[in-house]
Design a protein around this ligand. Sequence first.
Ligand SMILES: [Zn+2]
Length: 105
Amino acid sequence: MDLKPLDPQITLKLLEGREDIVTPLAQEREQFYGSQRCPRCSGNATSKTGNPHRLFVEGEALPRYQLRCDNCSCLFDPFSGIVLEMGNLGEAFEPTIPILGQSED
Ligand SMILES: [Zn+2]
């Protein structure tokens, strides 16, 4: 499915005189995404990713993104809390046991 964006000049002309309800919703949604923590490693660094089959929900003006943890690559849905891909916890934490034989003497 190809999405063709409308010419910004035409968009502005069509929206002239109408109340902007999308910007506050978008700011609220960004705060929601920013407050999410990874359900596996509790990291708060996430990247938004979109599944075209679940991106748009009836009755909502904004798309719903899934979040991928930047630490362990876990993919989860912040709206339902469901973990979609487990990721790798080994990437998120440094080993607690020091690895021997790495000194450069
Ligand atoms: Zn994580």
